[in-house]
Each structure stands twice: as structure tokens, then as C-alpha cells.
Design a protein around this ligand. Sequence first.
Ligand SMILES: Cc1cc2nc3c(=O)[nH]c(=O)nc-3n(C[C@H](O)[C@H](O)[C@H](O)COP(=O)(O)OP(=O)(O)OC[C@H]3O[C@@H](n4cnc5c(N)ncnc54)[C@H](O)[C@@H]3O)c2cc1C
Length: 291
Amino acid sequence: MKPAAFDYVVAESIDAAVAALAAANGEAKILAGGQSLVPMLNFRLLRPSTLVDINRIPDLAFIEEGADAIVVGALTRHHRLETAPVIARHLPVVAEAMRHVAHLAIRNRGTIGGSLAHADPAAELPMLALLLDATLHVVSHAGPRTIAARDFFLGPLTVDLAPDEIVTRIVLPKLPPATGWGFAEVARRNGDFALAAAAATLKLRDGVIGEARIAMTGIDDTAKRAGEAEALLAGRTLTPDLIDTAVAAARAGVNPPTDLHASSDYRRHLVGVLVGRALADAWRRARGEQS
Ligand SMILES: Cc1cc2nc3c(=O)[nH]c(=O)nc-3n(C[C@H](O)[C@H](O)[C@H](O)COP(=O)(O)OP(=O)(O)OC[C@H]3O[C@@H](n4cnc5c(N)ncnc54)[C@H](O)[C@@H]3O)c2cc1C
């Protein structure tokens, strides 16, 4: 199938993209990497009047190091996140997770802004944005605004973004000192979307867990944090029994879909196993232990 006809606008600046979106009265779509949008056009799941191509806007593709955060332009490709030394140094959980996103050809085109705006319930980047408490900067004709990642993901393929808003940059706080991380994923084949994935960070304080963060994907309408599991880890030493308790709390907080690839029960079981692995790795790294 071929897409329905649309007007095609190549924006060369953020202002030009904003103007093109405003002119289309909510009927336009932004074209970033095209890895999710183009299949949806070809299946005629979407019939926008206009495509606003943002690929030639230079100030949307960058990775900048700030004092406490890494700021990533929305058009930054997955492969840059996977390979940039500054990401490996300050956000190694991101570099590791990106290797599990699709295939290299797709990672060469797909963008962080596109992945967050698309909000596939099994995607890795929404999970990472929640894990890291990221902030999204967006702009439209009405002006700029910022949205916390925890408020951004509303449902499957649904986010808090008006049709005329562009995500311009994402602020990813650096992992603090004395923080370990873990990431674990299972997909049926290399490059497939995850059946489930989990990521965790543990920040140590006086030898015990000062702050725990756990995020999961593939297990509900959106990626989500395991708030109850996080709360019961604080102030404790990670033991096998405590991992079991946290895993049970994480499983209780998800509502996985059943589909062609896996049942809901299987995904619930799986995400618990993955949370356990991510926590064990985070604890080991926080304590500076080798694998
Ligand atoms: C075979 C295959 C396997 C895949 N496997 C995975 C996987 O394992 N994990 C995973 O996470 N993803 C996977 N993907 C999806 C891939 O990561 C996409 O690149 C990503 O979801 C969308 O990014 P994009 O830049 O291609 O966005 P596009 O396809 O260009 O756009 C997607 C949506 O976001 C909107 N959009 C894009 N940029 C912006 C912006 N700056 N501001 C506002 N709205 C914007 C578009 O209008 C559109 O609605 C896979 C894709 C394919 C084809």
C-alpha cells in the first residue's frame, strides 16, 4: 500500500517548522527518522495533510554536556546515543539500552524525539526517560513549554503533545556518584521490540540504598516506574530476599498485554526476572564490584 497524498514541507529551522505546523491547523505530522511514521502512512493508519520534515534543522541534532545533565537534541539518532563517549561516561544505561533498539539501519535513522513522541508501549527510550526523570522541551506557535517525562506518556502511542508542538530537546540528568545501573531485556529475535525490559539505578548512601529507581517497558499501556518496589528498597542492603520482595511488588504493578508474541502472564513473570537482574547488576556496579 502507498500513503495517501500529502504536502511535503522541508523545514530548515525550528521557526519554519513551527510555522508550517501552525499553518496546517493540526493536520500535519512531523517527519523525523520516519521509522515509525512511514509504516503508519503506508498502512494508511495516518493521513496527514502535510509532512513537516525536520531532518535539515541543524540545531535539533546535538548532545551537550551540562554540569548535572546531558542535553540531547530531539533529532539525535539512536546510534549516536549508543556510541557517544559522553553518554557512555554519564549515562551508560542509555548506551547499553540503545543496542537493543531495532537493527543498526533503523538506529541510524530513528531519533530520540521520534521515539518519545511515538510512545510505543514496548520502546526503550520512554522507559529510560522515566528512569532518569527526563524533561522534554517543546515549542509551538504558542511558545515553549517543558514537560516532565512522568507526565508525558498518556497511553499507547499517546503523549501530552499538541499536533502543532515539536519536541526540541530532552534533558537527561547524569547518574549521580555512587550510583550503579542495570538493564535487562528479552525479545524473541535480535532487533525485535522487547517482550519486556527493565532498567534500574541504585544510589548508595552510607553503604545502603539511598535511592532506588526501576523502570519497565512492554508491560502496560506505557512504560512505567515500579514505585512500590523502589520505596521498599530505600535504606536497605540488597539481598536475594529483598530482590524477591521488590520483584513481587514490580509484578503487582503492571498490566501486560497478551498478543501474538507472549501472554500477559508470561510478560508479568518475565519483567520480574528482568527487574531482579537489573537490580543485582545495579547493586554490583554501585559497590564497584566486577562482574
Ligand atoms: C523493524 C523495526 C523495529 C523496531 N524496533 C524497535 C525497538 O526494538 N525499540 C524501539 O524503541 N523502537 C523500535 N523501532 C522504532 C524506531 O526506534 C523508531 O525510530 C522510533 O520509534 C521513531 O523515531 P523516528 O525518528 O523514526 O520517528 P518518526 O517515525 O519520524 O516519527 C514518529 C512519530 O513521532 C512524531 N515526531 C517525530 N519527531 C518529533 C518531534 N521532534 N517532535 C514531535 N513529534 C515528533 C512523528 O510526527 C510521528 O508521529 C523499530 C522500528 C522498526 C521499523
